[in-house]
Design a protein around this ligand. Structure first.
Ligand code: FAD
Length: 438
């Protein structure tokens, strides 16, 4: 007998329980479907990253790549056979799998998370609303051991679909950024390097955008080129790094319980909030020309590399929502277009956290000050100088306040588009008004 293994966000051979389940059914057709709904919803950088990792998998195992609506393609390829997958838990993924599952026997084993969404619950069986409680229960519950790597998988040779392969090749050729090395060997190399050189100092280094102190595994984790369970098996579950992986599981859990929170406020606390639509200012934010150096550095890092440091994601998101008074989905959409790790659960709930509409009752009155954040987390100004060449002649932390130097604007760095002090007061005023509406 035989079966189909339909790869989605699990583009790997190692530690892949769904692949093992498929192989237990006999010989397997390995399938990837370029789904137009996903493909057209991702920007060119994310498409290129996906394509590179699908092709890396295809170098490792015989992989049949098709293009089209999975609800048409999967039943056609399955031809009555069972189809194995890792469970997909995003709103779109669930809808798609329902449509496919109505036509074929779809068997889900595992998920892209250490603990799958919906599993961690409190004593009354309800989902957790705040991270710290979730994290405690997540650790107590624990996760399974990594699955063994199949030795000589019995995989059928693929029927080539030239058009689908051409789409992937084109996406890679059109990549607007230099992609990291694709594929699971590259992901594992990255992890081993980080475990050796970065893990011990991670707790203190992770907030420093001027240092290379984080693992940079998010693009791999997003596509399941590497599974978080494999990483957790390698480290102390009480470590800060494990806590960060827990955030990823937590946000997936929140999205599972509240699918609408992908694009709407999770908590109604700010229902009456007044937002602006300042087109020019949003464009300045997008292009990294706001006149606030750390904000501009972050937005340019995003444009140039498809990735941004976590601390700077928070600072730039705060700037859009609180200094420019723009509703968070505008920023979330832009990030999803450009980030190669763009992930609807982590990104959109990260945005909601900053905007004060999300989990953890993040205090609405916390407005990041881009100058003091810059001085604190990029104390010598190296991060700003790396991404903003108009400022690279300024020494040390002066780079965070070009207005204090008589040389600050000699290379045409833009003036500040708003006054942070004024906008902070305005934001607090609006938040206060929105909260008293209820
Ligand atoms: P490390 O510091 O090495 O962390 C290891 C892993 O833990 C990450 O790869 C990631 O999988 C997970 N992780 C760490 N922090 C978080 C977090 N706050 N939330 C969820 N998971 C986390 N992460 C994404 O993967 N995709 C996104 O689209 C995304 N958008 C974000 C948007 C905003 C506004 C904010 C504030 C955060 C966002 N994050 C997102 C979370 C975080 O910024 C990135 O996961 C992190 O910067 C990735 O770099 P790294 O792999 O070096 O992280």
């Amino acid at each position: 007998s035989s079966a189909v293994m339909w790869f989605r966000r699990d583009l790997r051979v190692r530690d892949n329980p769904a692949l093992l389940a498929a192989l237990a059914d006999g010989s397997v057709t390995a399938l990837f479907v370029v789904d137009p709904a996903v493909w057209s919803g991702a920007g060119p950088a994310r498409r290129a990253w996906l394509a590179a990792n699908v092709l890396a998998l295809a170098e490792r195992i015989p992989l049949t790549v098709h293009h089209g609506d999975p609800a048409d393609v999967v039943p056609r390829v399955a031809h009555g056979r069972r189809v194995h997958v890792s469970a997909e838990t995003t709103p779109y993924g669930r809808r798609r799998d329902e449509a496919v599952g109505a036509q074929v026997e779809l068997v889900a084993t595992g998920s892209p998370y250490a603990v799958g969404p919906g599993v961690v619950r409190n004593g009354s069986g309800d989902p957790y609303q705040v991270f710290t409680a979730f994290a405690r229960a997540w650790r107590d519950r624990g996760w399974s051991e990594p699955a063994p790597t199949p030795r000589s998988p019995d995989l059928e040779a693929p029927e080539p679909d030239g058009r689908a392969l051409a789409l992937l090749e084109e996406a890679i050729a059109d990549a607007p950024v230099a992609l990291p090395a694709a594929g699971e060997d590259a992901a594992w190399r990255r992890w081993h390097d980080f475990r050796r050189d970065g893990l011990d100092s991670y707790a203190t280094e992770r907030d420093r955008p001027d240092h290379d102190g984080t693992s940079r595994l998010s693009p791999y984790l997003h596509l399941g080129v590497l599974h978080p369970r494999s990483l957790l098996a390698d480290i102390d579950p009480a470590s800060t790094y494990a806590t960060e992986l827990c955030w990823r599981d937590f946000y997936a859990d929140v999205l599972w319980h509240h699918p609408a929170s992908a694009w709407a406020d999770l908590r109604p606390a700010l229902k009456g909030m007044r937002y602006d639509d300042p087109e020019d200012a949003v464009e300045a934010w997008r292009t990294g020309t706001t006149g606030y150096p750390i904000v501009d550095a972050g937005m340019r890092q995003l444009l140039d590399t498809g990735w941004m440091h976590n601390r700077v994601r928070m600072i730039t998101a705060s700037f859009l929502t609180k200094d420019l008074h723009v509703w968070w989905p505008v920023g979330a959409r832009h990030f999803l277009d450009l980030l190669i790790d763009g992930d609807v659960a982590s990104n959109n709930h990260g945005w909601q956290w900053v905007a004060g509409t999300g989990t953890d009752a993040s205090p609405y009155f916390r407005v990041f000050n881009p100058v003091s954040q810059g001085k604190r987390f990029d104390p010598q100004g190296d991060y700003v100088r790396r991404w903003v060449p108009e400022l690279d002649h300024l020494p040390g932390a002066t780079v965070h306040e070009p207005w204090t130097s008589h040389l600050g604007y000699e290379r045409d760095y833009p003036l500040r588009i708003v006054d942070h002090g004024d906008e902070r007061r305005e934001a607090l005023e609006r938040y206060r008004a929105a909260r008293t509406v209820h």
